[in-house]
Design a protein around this ligand. Sequence first.
Ligand code: A3P
Length: 290
Amino acid sequence: MTATPRYVVNDGFRMPAGFPIDGFRSGLQYRARPGDVFIATYPKCGTTWAQHIVYLILHRGDPLPAGRNMTEEIPHLEEVGKAAAERIAEPRCIKTHLPFDLTPWHPDARYLYVARNPFDCAVSFFHHTRGFVKLYDFADGTFDEFFECFLSGEIDFGDYFDNLVPWFAHQGDDNLLFLTYEQMKAAPAAAVVAMGEFLGPEPARTVHDPATLDSIIRHSSFDSMRKDPERWSSKRPDGMPAFIRKGQIGDWVNHFSREQAHRLADKFARRAEGTDLETLWPEILAAARG
Ligand code: A3P
């Protein structure tokens, strides 16, 4: 029998089975306001890392204190719902994995979108799905089984490309900063400066202070965040730090067969038609096609 990760369908959209439907329905009704900061991603593309960088910028380089949890500071909109999002301090920073057309929009809110190549995203999502034993009922699932679900979009938050393609189409918007996980890895300082300048005059001053920039980079590094996985997500089953795992580019080669790499590259080409999407990860796509 083939194992598939569990999910629920809320009003036509695939969501984790443990997220209450009220959170989803009311979350979509949240009215974005000027000054709001949305951190939008497809799952496993660097959300937590971006959340902590935004937090660090807005707190002048001071990290999230031990004992506090990122899920309270920057809540996940379609999990906690509208009222919980309205309760957080301003500027409201909100995490979402919603596609563009479901995300609450305001021209004076800011949207930070982080994309990651789909090969590494699939591997990261596979480990995440196996780690949440009760949520997904996929503890013994194989990568081959997960890959078929990822490719067909039959997983929570749906098809990777349904998320990426419309957000990418808005990358020139004044209130949207589009970054990739790979850019953040290659040049963390440049990514932090771009985020600070995007977030407004005060955050821009923060990231242009060399000592503060250094602190932000240090505290958001993989090694630093890995030390205390409890801070980044709600309690993990079996202590598995699924949100801070390997933090590498290219781990996909350890999981994908040649045929799987070709199939995902083919889907990429189909979904990228008429766009510049392929310019985001030319080397990875070439390796996948090789
Ligand atoms: P891997 O599973 O490939 O290691 P999300 O926060 O969207 O769920 O993304 C999780 C992915 O981001 C995981 O990828 C995790 O290790 C990686 N990640 C988390 N914090 C990071 C950091 N500070 N630097 C680099 N990668 C990080």
